[in-house]
Design a protein around this ligand. Structure first.
Ligand code: HEM
Ligand SMILES: CC(C)=CCC/C(C)=C/CC/C(C)=C/COP(=O)(O)OP(=O)(O)O
Length: 306
């Protein structure tokens, strides 16, 4: 009886008790950090010298806050779906630890502060494009595409791929082929990144009724798509060298990275190793950081040699 009362008491407590940790939990901080690294590289590549420090600082804070806001909206919109999946059921909104009104206020504050800061301290173009990425991810991808089509992450991937382009416009206030190419690298990388995870979590997505590719088209087809989009990513990563944006150091770096990336994508495609999809997923993150890392190294090596 006493135990029962305590359980009742503690479950009533956990239904209402929330804290900063939950608010931060809505921000997908680790994803946002990688996005900011890509944005920073976009900023660095936009100019031969050191980019203006205030654009860098306010640009990163603005893009970061808006991305956190977009992630918070995603948690709110997806709370019922997230509650059905083992990977996401513990999340603050899915577990009902955090009231919707609090989450919504937090998402609005983060997004408003981010876009506002960009418009005020950086430039209107970056503010508009960052706002478009927010709508693309939080509304178009999360509320519509995710529930509607297995191509959800391919189309929605444009929003997630935007950070290096946003970084570029934060410095130059204009678009061009180079920032679009940086966006294209992340765009092509998103399917191997996500479908590797989705293969592993296929049962979760099926239970929640989300039409991810392995659920609608099966594991073998998805494995093939990881392999093919992997090659597309390899092709796109060669383009900075082809158009003269990056040099031999970059080429050598991506040769190594692409070799390892395609090794894991090949293991996924073959389907013999049950550990391969998650290994490929985790490597995809190191790979993206590696590609943007060598873009940066190559850029400053060229600047110093000049
Ligand atoms: C539509 C595009 C994308 C989809 C559908 C997607 C999907 C996912 C999913 C489902 C996870 C697992 C998250 C978790 O278990 O909490 C994840 C993790 C991750 N993603 Fe993506 N992703 C996308 C784009 C990106 C982009 C653009 C980046 C970075 C530039 C990125 C970086 C990461 C990182 C760093 C993690 C690991 C997070 C952690 O350690 O908890 N993703 N992604
Ligand atoms: C302004 C700007 C650059 C916005 C981009 C915002 C952003 C944080 C994009 C992240 C992409 C991502 C992790 C998608 C997974 O969503 P999911 O709902 O499929 O994954 P989940 O099931 O883990 O929530």
């Amino acid at each position: 009886m006493r135990n029962g009362a305590m359980t009742l008491q503690s479950s009533a407590f956990s239904a209402t008790a929330w804290g900063w940790r939950d608010l931060l939990g809505l921000c997908k901080l680790r994803v946002v950090v990688v996005m900011l690294v890509c944005a920073l590289v976009g900023m660095a590549l936009a100019t031969p010298g050191i980019p203006p420090i205030s654009n860098v600082v306010f640009g990163l804070i603005g893009i970061g806050l808006t991305s956190c806001g977009a992630a918070a909206f995603n948690h709110i919109v997806d709370r019922r779906l997230d509650a059905l999946m083992s990977r996401t059921s513990h999340r603050p909104m899915a577990s009902k630890r955090l009231p919707v009104s609090v989450g919504l206020t937090w998402a609005i504050i983060l997004s408003g502060a981010g876009v506002g800061l960009l418009a005020w301290q950086v430039n209107t173009l970056t503010a508009v494009l960052t706002f478009a990425s927010l709508i693309g991810y939080a509304l178009i991808y999360t509320a519509f595409l995710k529930r509607a089509t297995p191509q959800n992450i391919v189309i929605g991937g444009v929003a997630g791929a935007a950070p290096p382009l946003l970084g570029w416009t934060a410095i130059t206030d204009q678009l061009g082929p180079e920032p679009l190419l940086l966006l294209l690298i992340i765009f092509a990388w998103t399917p191997p990144h996500f479908w590797a995870l989705a293969i592993h979590k296929c049962d979760d997505y099926a239970r929640a009724g989300i039409p991810m590719l392995p659920v609608t088209h099966g594991l073998a087809f998805t494995r093939l798509q990881v392999w093919l989009y992997g090659w597309l990513t390899v092709g796109v990563t060669l383009l900075p060298f082809v158009i003269g944006m990056s040099g031999e150091l970059y080429l050598a770096g991506i040769a190594l990275l692409n070799g390892r990336f395609m090794y894991w994508n090949w293991k996924v495609w073959r389907g013999h190793d049950p550990q391969a999809p998650m290994a490929a997923f985790w490597f995809s993150i190191r790979y993206l950081l590696g590609v943007f890392g060598v873009l940066l190294l190559d850029h400053y090596a060229a600047v110093m040699a000049w």
